[in-house]
Design a binder for this molecule. Structure first.
Ligand code: PGA
Length: 217
């Protein structure tokens, strides 16, 4: 038995109307699993007001700068008004926005200065994890959004290696669903999961959380 973190990543999905519908059909009975919802910036205020105590909130990105003349950026203190968490270094940020380790290290520093908890995504056990990160997410790129997961045994082995170099909790991400979540969270080194697609449907996400809860203390 261990603390299990389920971090739902909505990515660039949902309007306020859609988020409202999601909230209405999201029901969970358990209280043992820690749930965080990573929503687009535009929904954080709404979800903070209407989400209740069923989940904590996170942003999906943070500016590497403090406040100032950086058009389009949202800085860490602005996020901290609405959310407790932020994802740094998701593989989609690395791929589509050319974010590299140096930039991601700056983002991590800004987030920690503002008191945010950081989930730092890595594609393998070799990628350097900045100091101060709270949770590392091991997400093999080929498993993201493809319906093909890593095997629970290999994810456990990679996460065991990552844990030798960081005191952070380490979770697995890549095509996690309500059907396969138990096979991951039952592995001894895996502290939770980061579902993307499976968090978009409230009923499915609720089932995913329920199916993980027998493994949580
Ligand atoms: P997926 O996304 O669950 O849709 O594969 C995971 C992620 O990108 O964090």
């Amino acid at each position: 038995m261990k603390n299990i973190l389920i971090a739902g990543n909505w990515k660039s999905n949902k309007t306020v109307v859609e988020a409202e519908a999601w909230l209405k059909s999201f029901t969970i009975k358990q209280e043992r699993v820690q749930v965080v919802l990573f929503a687009p910036f535009t929904l954080l205020s709404f979800l903070k007001m209407h989400g209740g105590s069923r989940f904590e909130l996170g942003a999906q990105d943070v500016s590497p700068f403090e406040s100032g003349s950086y058009t389009g950026e949202v800085h860490a203190k602005q996020i901290a008004e609405f959310a407790q968490w932020v994802i740094v270094g998701h593989s989609e940020r690395r791929k589509y926005f050319n974010e590299d380790d140096e930039l991601l290290s700056k983002k991590t520093i800004r987030a920690k200065e503002a008191g945010l908890k950081v989930i730092y995504c890595v594609p393998d056990e070799k990628t350097v994890v900045p100091q101060g990160v709270d949770v590392v997410a091991y997400e093999p790129v080929w498993a993201i959004g493809t319906g093909k997961t890593d095997t629970p045994e290999n994810a456990n082995a990679v996460i065991t290696t990552i844990k030798k170099r960081t005191p952070a909790r380490v979770i697995y991400g890549g095509s996690v669903t309500a059907e396969n979540v138990a096979s991951f969270v039952s592995q001894p080194a895996i502290d939770g999961v980061l579902p993307g697609g499976a968090s978009l449907d409230a009923k499915h996400f609720g089932r995913l959380i329920e199916n993980a809860s027998p493994y949580a203390s």
